[in-house]
Design a protein around this ligand. Structure first.
Ligand code: ADP
Ligand code: MG
Length: 618
């Protein structure tokens, strides 16, 4: 007897469903896309327990005619295409006619729908792909899908589901992106009974961004629009100075209303920021690309998350030039200050506008969102901070000062420096003589009577600060911020930050939740300057998200290193000789400091003998 079995319909359905339905988020994506395709102007999504126990999607679209209801659930049954040629110009989000069949195979589904041309609606109940009932009911125009007990009949899949909160976050992220891809539709997202997102559906992308990601994120954006070789780009990108995210999570591209991952557009975006962004940092964007349907193939990924462009070049060029011109025409001197956030005494009393369940009063609340581009360009680069004082705890240098006769500094500087010293103290031998600084980076000392010492000022300072942080030196203690700083994170980062509140507190960051996705930083390590706090925090959040499994002490170590690195003086900074001398003294007092936290040497010595050899004296 042969060994090849023809699988039963039920097994075949389960296998096919596996491709499309991987997790609760896949169901939400398919159902919401159907609602969008049905022309809805309002879509409400509700989930319980990460969507595993319940998902409900309600729309006010066209509805399904009674005679079509059964068909809708058949595999390869779709109203969106009928001929092979149609595949070349797909304008709807769905087209495979597979989603409902797949969802049905792995859960208990019911649908309530009323078509716009019919007088009453239809209720249809399915379980594990089998019809339970189909009957007429009275209901308003539109469609409600209820999906219960996902994977109840596929235990293997069930096992692979992540924790409820992870699945919920995934869906929340998905909802953010879908809402952004259709500003003309009002989306409401209710998670375990709590409304966590609502968009106005007024067709404006800036309003939608504000409602989805909040004030702080929106305030960091500038508009960008462009048209090039049949591609139209429009949306918002980070202001060059605000482009400081630690990951690409906040780069969102939509192609013809579909959220997609596109490396081409991401590469063009990042290229456009070159020279205006620190290395290792990423810009954020919400960009729509519109092009002729025939220029892309959406049929390359089961969940349609990836698409193929017939020709990548126009995409790259349009994004690159569009973003570049947005950045270059943005004048950093016109940057507005973000109005201070209202800080309640109890954070839980505060809800983001979208949390309230009420449409937010945009007219009053609307922030001065985006600055209109102006014509001239001020390139933003990491400018050397002029005369920036080193944040070294005050060491009493007076004991060494009387030695300063041999410091080679200008007489005026010496007078200034000496005038700060009043009390003569017992002499202590300083083993070096300060000679100067090279390349605004290296301190040069004559060390003892037979060596030259070169100190990398950044590495030395960084290591010293790092040691202070670890020892909880008072200079490294947290500073209470007069005006707390608000930072918008993506859902995953937000969760990780909330999970690591204690660790962050130990590191000097006192954070509180400020409505979904946004946190309030009430204190930060004293070493950090105000301007650095947001950036440092975003980087830490990004790190915590990508290094969840790492042990606590290692995370702590990384945060100390990161803080020290930020707070330390940089090569290129202009420093006074006495500051550099002070740094050299500190190093002298900490003989164990030989390497920076990343392992690079802090100094090296050159012998007089070697120098003499070079001059052929010996
Ligand atoms: P596809 O979206 O690829 O056509 P689906 O299995 O997702 O396939 O849906 C099958 C059909 O059911 C759709 O083509 C559409 O006609 C109908 N349908 C599904 N959801 C809705 C909805 N929310 N409103 C109106 N029609 C719907
Ligand atoms: Mg569909």
């Amino acid at each position: 007897m042969g060994i090849i079995n023809v699988l039963s319909k039920q097994v075949a359905e389960l296998i096919a469903a596996g491709e499309v339905i991987e997790r609760p988020g896949s169901v939400i994506k398919e159902l919401v896309e159907n609602s969008i395709d049905a022309g809805a102007s309002s879509i409400i999504v509700e989930i319980q327990h990460g969507g595993v126990t319940l998902m409900r999607v309600t729309d006010n679209g066209t509805g399904i005619q009674r005679e079509d209801v059964r068909h809708a659930f058949l595999r390869h049954a779709t109203s969106k295409i009928s001929r092979q040629d149609d595949l070349d110009s797909i304008a709807t989000l769905g087209f495979r006619g597979e989603a409902l069949a797949s969802i049905c195979a792995v859960s208990k589904v019911s649908v309530l729908t009323k078509h716009k041309d019919e007088s009453d609606g239809t209720s249809y109940i399915m379980e594990g792909g089998e019809e339970k009932s189909l009957e007429p009911v009275g209901c308003p125009q539109g469609t409600t899908f209820v999906v219960k007990d996902l994977f109840y009949n596929v235990p293997a899949r069930m096992k692979f589901l992540k924790k409820d909160v992870t699945e919920s976050n995934y869906i929340a992220n998905l909802m953010d992106r879908i809402a952004l891809s259709h500003p003309e539709i009002s989306f409401t997202f209710i998670r375990d009974g709590k409304q966590v997102m609502k968009t106005a559906g007024n067709g404006k992308l800036d309003t939608t961004i504000y409602q989805v990601f909040g004030r702080e994120f929106s305030a960091g954006l500038i508009p960008a629009s462009y048209q090039f070789q049949g591609v139209r780009m429009s949306g918002y990108v980070s202001k060059p100075v605000s482009a400081n995210r630690a990951s690409r999570n906040m780069q969102m591209f939509f192609v013809n209303g579909r959220y997609v991952k596109t490396k081409t557009a991401a590469a063009a975006l990042e290229q456009a920021y070159s020279g205006c962004i620190l290395s290792g940092k990423f810009p954020a964007c919400v960009l729509n690309l519109e092009l002729n349907c025939s220029e892309l193939d959406v049929n390359v990924h089961p969940a349609k998350l990836e698409i193929r462009f017939t020709n990548e070049k126009p995409i790259y060029d349009c994004v690159y030039h569009g973003v570049r011109s947005a950045i270059t025409s943005y004048d950093t001197r016109r940057q507005e200050t973000i109005p201070p956030a209202v800080v309640p005494t109890k954070p839980e009393l505060l809800a983001k506008p979208s949390d309230s369940g009420v449409q937010m009063p945009l007219q009053e609340e609307e922030p001065a969102l985006f600055i209109p581009p102006v014509s001239h360009f001020v390139p933003v680069q990491e400018s050397p901070k002029a005369e920036e004082p080193l944040s070294i705890p005050t060491v009493d240098l007076s004991e060494h000062i009387r030695e300063s006769e041999h410091f080679q500094i200008t007489p005026q500087e010496e007078i200034d420096f000496l005038s700060q010293v009043t009390e003569p103290k017992p002499k202590k031998e300083i083993p070096f003589r300060y000679i100067g600084e090279a390349f605004r980076a290296y301190i040069i000392l004559e060390y003892g009577d037979d060596r030259i010492m070169l100190i990398d000022k950044h590495a030395a300072h960084e290591r010293l600060l790092y040691e202070q942080l670890k020892e909880k030196n008072p200079a490294a203690a947290p500073q209470m911020l007069l005006e707390p700083v608000t930072v918008t994170l993506d859902k995953e980062e937000y969760r990780v930050v909330m999970d690591n509140k204690e660790l962050l507190l130990k590191a000097g960051f006192d954070v509180d939740s400020f409505g979904s996705g946004t946190v309030l930083i009430r204190s930060a390590p004293l070493l950090l300057e105000k301007l650095d706090i947001t950036e440092a925090f975003l980087e830490i959040a990004g790190y915590l998200q990508t290094h969840r499994k790492i042990i606590l002490s290692e995370k702590m170590e990384w945060i100390y290193q990161n803080t020290a690195c930020r707070a330390a003086v940089k090569a290129g900074n202009v420093n006074k000789p006495e500051e550099l001398m002070q740094l050299a003294m500190m190093l002298e007092e900490n003989p164990d400091v030989k390497y920076c936290p990343h392992g690079r040497p802090v100094y090296f010595l050159m012998s007089k003998q070697d120098i003499e050899k070079n001059f052929k004296r010996i």
